[in-house]
Design a protein around this ligand. Structure first.
Ligand code: ATP
Length: 311
């Protein structure tokens, strides 16, 4: 297969079941080279299963998958070196210091980034001589990211990267991700933080029950840009609100009626979280109105333990 330059990931009809219960149920996805793409969805929606198939860590039951022009199921070591992975939880190497670990992993990649620069970039300079087991949860995640970006990956997977970060650490981490994206790295992000997705992602895909139910830019997802605005103000001492698709006209009318400064005026639009929750609710309602055989099966069949990971 020749490698397309504008498409980093192409997925068609992806399916994966555990003990007959679908986790990914006919998923299509295109991720463009150089974009930051966020996968959102409730617990158990199929995000990790999808991402692990893309990473080559899990075998699919059906569908076509191309990642950087190769099928992850059969791609070789050269392909793997072009992929950076930061898993949801990491561990191990507890007795090794940050600089030893980063220096050691740098040896795996021809033309690796300078370990000192990577340690500085993830904000671990002050902890470089600290053993991994003495790092805080957030610092450990930064170390994971350091290991993930050492090899200049063309494609970086970040699975819930800022869980446990304090607000300042999250902002710093976002800046790091933005700088990687500016440098041309394609990034696949799974997160439960809507503000993180909105801040970082060029496009978002929402997965429920193993399918993409919405896919767009953060400001257009689920018709968000078409949503009515909510105008709030106080009149005769009473708080009032109105929904309108023409907030400017309403504000002008209020201003003409109540004076130049309309008391307690606010104009708001649905947040990404509002839209996301609406999409999830809508998908759940549709699923319960039309129960599929797979939904019925899931109540009676236990799931398999995790498959062995191919080397
Ligand atoms: N190894 C496994 N064996 C059996 N069932 C599994 C396995 N991995 C995932 N599942 C099931 O597949 C479904 C999708 O799980 P997955 O981990 O892909 O969801 P997710 O969207 O990543 O969830 P979360 O947000 O909680 O991480 C769930 O119902 C889960 O229980």
């Amino acid at each position: 297969m020749t490698e397309p330059t504008d498409t980093a990931i192409r997925v068609r009809g992806l399916r994966k079941s555990y003990a007959g219960v679908p986790a990914v149920d006919g998923l299509d996805l295109d991720v463009r080279t150089g974009e930051v793409f966020a996968l959102l969805g409730p617990n158990g929606a199929g995000k990790t299963t999808t991402v692990e198939i893309l990473e080559g860590y899990r075998h699919r039951d059906a569908g076509d998958v191309s990642v950087l022009g190769h099928d992850p199921q059969s791609a070789g070591a050269g392909w793997r070196k072009r992929i950076g992975i930061v898993l949801q939880s990491s561990g191990g190497h507890d007795e090794i210091t940050v600089e030893e670990l980063v220096g050691h992993f740098a040896g795996y990649y021809p033309g690796a980034r300078d370990p000192d620069e990577v340690i500085a970039a993830v904000g671990l300079d002050e902890k470089r001589r600290t053993r991994a087991r003495h790092l805080s949860g957030g610092q450990r995640r930064r170390l994971d990211v350091a290991l993930g970006i050492l090899g200049h990956p063309a494609l970086l997977f970040l699975d819930e990267p800022t869980t446990g970060f304090d607000p300042e650490a999250r902002r710093e981490f976002w800046a790091l991700i933005t700088s990687l994206a500016d440098g041309g790295t394609t990034i696949i992000l799974t997160t439960h933080y809507l503000d993180e997705a909105e801040h970082l992602a060029d496009r978002l895909g929402v997965i429920t029950a193993g399918r993409i139910v919405a896919l767009d830019t953060p400001d257009r997802l689920g018709g968000r840009d078409q949503d009515q605005a909510i105008v709030g103000w106080t009149e005769d001492g009473v708080p009032r609100t109105a929904r309108t698709s023409e907030p400017t006209a309403l504000v002008a009318e209020l201003s003409a009626r109540l004076g130049a400064e309309v008391p307690a005026l606010t104009v708001t639009r649905p947040t990404l979280e509002d839209v996301y929750l609406r999409l999830i609710d809508g998908a759940a309602t549709t699923a319960s109105a039309h129960p599929s055989p797979s939904t019925a099966r899931s109540t009676i069949q236990p799931a398999d333990p995790q498959e062995p990971v191919p080397s």
